[in-house]
Structures are given as structure tokens and as C-alpha cells.
Write a protein that binds this ligand. Structure first.
Ligand code: G1P
Length: 277
């Protein structure tokens, strides 16, 4: 059973400077909700209720967001504006939030290892809130949790990308064992041109078994001198089994300006009743 979702949120968000000079990129709103709010909703949709954040300097706004804002709530109490807080209040009622800090930026693998203190010895999900995933049915993480229940091994989300974009992602090779589910045989973090083993790119959703922490502890720095989760997952796949899941749904790369604007337009057109805004 999976209860915890880890959110690595220590990154600088340099692609959004100057906006991210004094605010976390995870707090940038898609219409009227911060990106990280969508991530927490998706985790809840997968049945997870313990939200764990690996933060860093300058990220306090995230902890404040998942707390009561006493003065504001007191001010609008009994007015029509209270309706705007309905969604976030319901999240606060149903979930717990814990935080630890990653003191140095040494890569995604390093961030996940920093989260061990919040996770302990149990399987958990990882959600990169830059990747906004939307679909009509069951959310991506819920699809992956179902797969984990059946196979009891780490599961990573993948998506087909154009060959010229593989260098931006971790890329896998694998054997398809059922429609859309691959047993991973190889994995390369941001392969240079011509070196990608396929066009199946890892996107920011993972269900991990806790032995990943021991593997991360001994994983040497890889691409860009960082400790890469991709390298640790390949080691895990070689020892046992890692599955990659071609998820159903739409993904927006909100770590880029283009993806962020695309997501904003999509959500504005499809998700929000106009009278509510
Ligand atoms: C991270 C992972 C990469 C994955 C990507 C998905 O990279 O290291 O394997 O494909 O997230 O968004 P980042 O985009 O943080 O550099």
C-alpha cells in the first residue's frame, strides 16, 4: 500500500527568471492554482495522503500554501469569497504535509535521497510538478499505483517523444510485456544526439520501492555531474525489475515557457467555468 508522495521542489526555476527570483517556480499559477496544487490533487487521486516535500532556500511559500492563512480566512469568513478556498481547504483536511531541505543542488537522485527521512522504509510515489498531467479518466499516478499493486516493483511513467527531443529526458529501452508496459533493460539520462536507445522518454511520475535509497547512496555522479535517479533506477532494474508505463493522458512540460503557456490555455478553455474566475 502506498501512502506517501515525494515532491522534489528545491530547483531554482531559472527558465522562469526573473519571476522565480523571489518565488518558487512550483507556485506559478496555471489559471488560479499553483502548479504544485495540481500535483497534490493528482497524488490524492491515487489514494495518497502524506505529502512530503524536499525543499530548499527560498521555498517557504510552498509550506505556507499548505497551511491555514489565518488572517485572510478570518477576513473573508461568511462572504462569497470563501468559495475560492474550498479546494485547498479540502486538501488540508485530508492530507498531511512534511518538509525537509536539500542543502546542495546535486541532482534529482540527491533530492530523492534527501527525502528518505520523510519516507522511511516503504514504497512511495515521486511527482515532479513541472510535468502537469491531465486526462479525463484515472490520473496518471493512479494508473501507476494500480500497476505497482500487481507487480510490486518500481514503476516509471514514459511517453513517446520526437527523436530530436530525446536529449532533454531520461530515455529507456525495454521489452513490452503487456500493452504499454515495458520491462526496463536500459536507461540513459539525457542521451546525446544519436545515443538514445528509443524514443520512450521518462516523465515526472515514479512509484519507487525503498531499496532505491541504498542504491542512490552509492550512485556516482552522472550526467552534468549530478546524482541521477535514472542511473539508480537502471541499477535497480539490473538487480531485479523496473517497469515503464506508457500512460494514458496529456502531459504539459510546465518547466518550459511554451509548455506553461500551453497548459494555461488548455486549463482556461477546458477546466474552469468562466463565472468562477
Ligand atoms: C528529470 C529526470 C529525467 C526526466 C525528466 C522528466 O529531468 O532526470 O530523466 O525525463 O525529469 O521531466 P529534469 O527535467 O529535472 O532535468
Amino acid at each position: 500500500m502506498i501512502r506517501k508522495c515525494l515532491f522534489p521542489v528545491a530547483g531554482y526555476g531559472t527558465r522562469f527568471l526573473p519571476a522565480t527570483k523571489s518565488m518558487p517556480k512550483e507556485m506559478l499559477p496555471i489559471v488560479n492554482k499553483p502548479l504544485v496544487h495540481y500535483g497534490v490533487e493528482e497524488a490524492m487521486g491515487a489514494g495518497l495522503t502524506e505529502m512530503a516535500f524536499v525543499t530548499g532556500r527560498g521555498k517557504r511559500a510552498i509550506a505556507d500554501y499548505f497551511d491555514i492563512s489565518y488572517e485572510l480566512e478570518h477576513q473573508i469568513q461568511g462572504t462569497g469569497k470563501e468559495a475560492y478556498l474550498k479546494g485547498i481547504r479540502s486538501i488540508l483536511e485530508k492530507c498531511t504535509f512534511s518538509f525537509t531541505r536539500q542543502r546542495e543542488m546535486k541532482g534529482l537522485g540527491h533530492a530523492i535521497l534527501a527525502g528518505e527521512t520523510l519516507i522511511g522504509n516503504e514504497p512511495f510515489a515521486v511527482l515532479l510538478s513541472d510535468d502537469l498531467c491531465l486526462n479525463n479518466g484515472e490520473a496518471v499516478l493512479a494508473q501507476m499505483v494500480s500497476l505497482f499493486r500487481r507487480h510490486q516493483c518500481s514503476v516509471i511513467a514514459i511517453q513517446e517523444v520526437p527523436a530530436e527531443e530525446t536529449e532533454k529526458y531520461g530515455v529507456i529501452a525495454g521489452t513490452e510485456i503487456e500493452p504499454g508496459v515495458y520491462e526496463v533493460t536500459d536507461m540513459i539520462e539525457k542521451p546525446s544526439k544519436g545515443k538514445a536507445p528509443s524514443n520512450l522518454a521518462i516523465i515526472g511520475r515514479y512509484v519507487l520501492t525503498p531499496d532505491i535509497f541504498d542504491i542512490l547512496r552509492v550512485t556516482a555522479p552522472g550526467k552534468n555531474g549530478e546524482i541521477q535517479l535514472t542511473d539508480a533506477l537502471l541499477a535497480q532494474a539490473k538487480r531485479g525489475r523496473v517497469l515503464a508505463y506508457k500512460f494514458q493522458g496529456r502531459r504539459f512540460d510546465c518547466g518550459s515557457i511554451d509548455g506553461f503557456v500551453e497548459a494555461t490555455n488548455y486549463c482556461y478553455q477546458h477546466l474552469y467555468p468562466k463565472e468562477r474566475l
